[in-house]
Design a protein around this ligand. Structure first.
Ligand code: MLT
Ligand code: MN
Ligand code: ZN
Length: 305
C-alpha cells in the first residue's frame, strides 16, 4: 500500500489566514520551526497509479498540482484519482468537491448520513448535478466494500467505515441530535498484500472496540487536533473546546495519548490544529508525543506498507 499525506492540518490550515497565535506566527516567520500545512487529506493506492483520496478539502487544487501521480498522465483530460472516500460532511472534508466539478463523473463514497447532509443541508450534491454530477456510493458501518473507479473497475482496496463519535457537521448540527454515521473512521485493506491502514482524523470518544480495531492494523493516522481541550478558548478568540467540536485532546487524563497507550504499531497524528504546540519542532509537547512512539504528520510524507 502506498500512502501519501496531502495535508495534515485541521480547519484553517497552518498558518490560518486570520491568526497570529504563537504557532501561526512561527509558521510565517520560521517555517523550519513550524512547517506550513494544508487541510488534512490522505492519498492511498495499491500501485502508486490509481489513488483513493480521503476527503476533498479546500486545498484540493494545490494538493493535486503538488503530487504528480494525481495529474493527467496519458490523455488530454485525466486524473490519478479513482475515488474519494469521505470521513464526514464537514466543510474541510467536502469543499474540494466543488472544485473538481470539471470531471466527468466523480466517484464518491460516504455514509447515508453524510449523503443526507450534502444533499439536504449543504445542497452540494444537487448543485454538482448541474456540472459533473457525483457518482455516489454508500458506505455502511462496519462492512468492508471493494472500492471501484467511476468505470466500475476495482482498484484493489477494501474500505470499511467505523464509528468514532465525531458528530454531524456544524451546519447540520443545530437541528440534529447526531448519529454514529455522521463522522467515521476509515479502514483500508490492500487486497494484494493484506496490509491495513486506519484513517481517523476526527474522534470524539475512544471505546474498547476502537482500541482493538486500531491495534489490529499496520498503521494508524489519528486525530491530533488539539493538545489541550481549552487550547482555542484560552486564546480568547472563540468559545470552542475540543470536546464541543468532538475532538478528544491529546494531553491529560483520558486524553488520546493515555487512552491509546497500548498501541505498538506505526502511529501518526494528523488533522492538527494551528494552535497545537506539537507543531513546533522543538517544543516539549512534541518531544512527549514522540517519546510515546507517535509521529507527527507533515504534508508530503510518504509511507509504504
Ligand atoms: C473540525 O474538524 O472540527 C475543525 O477542523 C476543527 C477546527 O476548526 O480547528
Ligand atoms: Mn476538520
Ligand atoms: Zn493560529
Amino acid at each position: 500500500m502506498y500512502i501519501h499525506v496531502l495535508g495534515s492540518a485541521a480547519g484553517g490550515g497552518v498558518p490560518q489566514w486570520n491568526c497570529r497565535c504563537r504557532v501561526c506566527a512561527l509558521a510565517r516567520t520560521q517555517p523550519e520551526l513550524v512547517r506550513p500545512r494544508l487541510h488534512a487529506s490522505l492519498g492511498v493506492s495499491v500501485d502508486g497509479e490509481r489513488w483513493v483520496l480521503c476527503n476533498a478539502g479546500p486545498d484540493i487544487q494545490r494538493q493535486i498540482n503538488g503530487f504528480a501521480p494525481l495529474l493527467p498522465q496519458r490523455n488530454t483530460r485525466g486524473t490519478g484519482i479513482r475515488a474519494i472516500v469521505l470521513n464526514g460532511a464537514d466543510l474541510d472534508e467536502v469543499l474540494g468537491l466543488f472544485q473538481l466539478r470539471e470531471d466527468a463523473a466523480l466517484r464518491v463514497y460516504g455514509t447515508a448520513r453524510v449523503q443526507r447532509a450534502l444533499s439536504e443541508e449543504l445542497r452540494l450534491l444537487p448543485a454538482l448535478a448541474a456540472y459533473c454530477g457525483v457518482n455516489w456510493q454508500g458506505l455502511c458501518l462496519d462492512q468492508d466494500i471493494a472500492l471501484r473507479s467511476a468505470d466500475a473497475a476495482p482498484i484493489g482496496l477494501l474500505c470499511r467505515a467505523f464509528p468514532v463519535a465525531g458528530g454531524p457537521p456544524p451546519y447540520a448540527g443545530r437541528r440534529d441530535e447526531g448519529a454514529p454515521e455522521d463522522t467515521v473512521g476509515l479502514l483500508f485493506t490492500d487486497q494484494t498484500n493484506g496490509t491495513r491502514l486506519a484513517y481517523v482524523p476526527s474522534c470524539g470518544e475512544i471505546t474498547p472496540e476502537l482500541i482493538s480495531l486500531l491495534r489490529s492494523v499496520d498503521c494508524v493516522f489519528f486525530d491530533g487536533t488539539l493538545w489541550h481541550d481549552e487550547e482555542i478558548s484560552a486564546l480568547g478568540v472563540s468559545g470552542k473546546t475540543g470536546r464541543s467540536m468532538k475532538h478528544l485532546p491529546l494531553a491529560g487524563s483520558n486524553g488520546t495519548l493515555e487512552q491509546l497507550s497500548s498501541l505498538r504499531n506505526r502511529r501518526i497524528l494528523t488533522h492538527i490544529n494551528n494552535t497545537n504546540p506539537i507543531l513546533i519542532e522543538d517544543s516539549p509537547e512534541r518531544s512527549l508525543v514522540e517519546a510515546k512512539g507517535w509521529q507527527i504528520a507533515e504534508d508530503g510524507m510518504e509511507l509504504r506498507l
